[in-house]
Design a protein around this ligand. Sequence first.
Ligand SMILES: Cc1cc2nc3c(=O)[nH]c(=O)nc-3n(C[C@H](O)[C@H](O)[C@H](O)COP(=O)(O)OP(=O)(O)OC[C@H]3O[C@@H](n4cnc5c(N)ncnc54)[C@H](O)[C@@H]3O)c2cc1C
Ligand code: FES
Length: 275
Amino acid sequence: MSLVPELAILVEKRYLDAQHSLFRFVFNDEDRRKAFSFKPGQFVMLSIFGVGEAPISITSGPDEKGFIDLCVRKAGRVTGVLHELEENARVGIRGPYGNGYPVETMEGGNLLIVAGGLGIAPLRSLIRYVLFRRERFGEVGIGYGARDPESVLFYGEMQNLLERTDINCMLSVDSVPENSRWQGQVGRVTQLLDKITMPLEGTSVAVCGPPVFYKFVLDKLLKLGYSKGSIYMSLERRMECGLGKCGHCVVGHKYTCIDGPIFTYWDAINLPEIF
Ligand SMILES: Cc1cc2nc3c(=O)[nH]c(=O)nc-3n(C[C@H](O)[C@H](O)[C@H](O)COP(=O)(O)OP(=O)(O)OC[C@H]3O[C@@H](n4cnc5c(N)ncnc54)[C@H](O)[C@@H]3O)c2cc1C
Ligand code: FES
């Protein structure tokens, strides 16, 4: 696969909060636009010309054709400049890379999705995949935790999910500032897991969030009785090539860019310094 990025145009930029925005890109080449396909959990390498590249998860659903949505936090050089770009700006995109969630294995069973903060980005793609073929899944539960009401990403979409009767969706914030009009749940995402009751047998769990979130959520899931092999987590490592050539993302004997970024907890726990 080529390391040369393909030209893409920023067609829409949606402010989510002070640190995050949703960026919609289309490939300049129409054939590429039509042919691009990916699995939930895969990522692209996004280039800002003259600045650098960054790996970013695709947050749109694989059934949404013609564009790629990326939800990006302003973190440093590349993402900082990205947030300054105006619509019609040109960027480079290569990929998709990584293994993605094993959706074929998940289909036919129940699915519990647990997100913390920006961890919703790759999981939003998985949620969209599930909604498009809801009948192929058994029970579906979603738990999403954010720091405070201002930090809930995709609030409108979460409201729609909360209203659905075919999905057990719960949203919670860690704390609420004084005078807030927040009427939802307050507490850690681990507390939601006590309320979303799913059978242990036949349930896959997809988890994504910051390191501290993993520490508590994985512990909680094991206490609830889920097996390490049924829990899928996404590992973030510094990446350069994204396709198994440079060695920047190696953890133990695994390349995060091609063996991951999605690993079962069973596989991840045997890797050094995963958190
Ligand atoms: C598979 C994958 C998927 C991702 N998906 C998303 C996503 O959907 N949305 C999103 O916003 N982000 C995502 N990220 C994270 C994103 O790639 C990084 O935030 C991005 O690379 C930052 O690039 P930058 O040039 O803006 O920041 P940089 O300038 O590289 O700095 C980013 C941060 O890293 C620190 N840093 C810089 N160099 C090093 C170094 N050598 N070692 C350790 N720390 C260093 C900086 O101090 C800063 O805090 C993903 C990462 C991976 C691996
Ligand atoms: S990023 Fe180069 S080998 Fe993984």
